[in-house]
Design a protein around this ligand. Sequence first.
Ligand SMILES: [Zn+2]
Length: 135
Amino acid sequence: MDAKTYPVTRTDAEWRAMLSPEQYQVMRGHGTERPGSCALLHEKRPGTFTCAGCGQPLFIAGQKFESGTGWPSFDTPVEGAVETTEDRSHGMVRTECHCSQCGSHLGHVFPDGPPPTGLRYCINGVAMEFEPDAA
Ligand SMILES: [Zn+2]
């Protein structure tokens, strides 16, 4: 599937062991969680969203916005943390995004976000962990 080698690589068996079945389906099988199904959608505390596959910080809470789609949405990722590829599955051309460190699928990027970036990173909540800032 991935021709590229990532700094963090795991075998399929290792991924299955460390991820929940839903996480595995999204992150390694390019699946999509049900909209509104993830608690992170409603996470509003200051903090950092990290990759559930390798722990890399992906998004800062201040970049999260309410898109109304049912998926956590961000206008900017942490620099260098999220890579994109063209996704031609399901008869559409979309921009897929994944963790730059372990290659796990995160979601898609759409060009209808708020200023200044105009981008909407539409991310599966199960692909991330949330670490609140220390009070
Ligand atoms: Zn990762």
